[in-house]
Write a protein that binds this ligand. Sequence first.
Ligand code: DAT
Ligand code: MG
Length: 151
Amino acid sequence: MERSLILLKPDAVQRQLIGTIINRIEGRGLKLIGLKLIKMSNELASEHYKAHIEKPFYKGLVSFITSGPLVCIAVEGNNAVSLIRNSMGSTNPVDSHPGTIRGDLAIDIGRNLIHGSDSVEEGSREVNLFFTPNELITYSLANEDWITEPQ
Ligand code: DAT
Ligand code: MG
């Protein structure tokens, strides 16, 4: 089953938008299988963002992401990765459509509130990076058949 890691970044926590953003994710029908508040270490940040290590914004990105508490969420379900990416909006909020999280709640690329895995492979890697197996809970939602048509 497809998995995706969502991070509500330190700006989301400081702006008290945790509930607002989780509400949108839950409202879409996505299933949360892991949830916690952490402060990211430099080590975890560099592992998580290793694809960006050569980018000019890397230092600022790591400094921002480690600056305060953030919320980690693991989501599981069909198409979880693309559903979340679509709900997030574009990396730069200037290009994000209204109705998306970044399009409604953010204006700056360096304060874009949310991370979501960008591929199925990354989703699996990132969920395993942030959660131990016993922090992930597999269960059924009582209304699952009203969200996804049974095959
Ligand atoms: P996304 O978070 O949409 O997956 P990404 O993986 O390309 O985007 O980049 C990771 C984060 O790095 C992004 O959320 C914000 C920051 N970032 C990306 N491009 C940037 C840029 N050109 N200037 C400043 N920060 C940038
Ligand atoms: Mg990315």
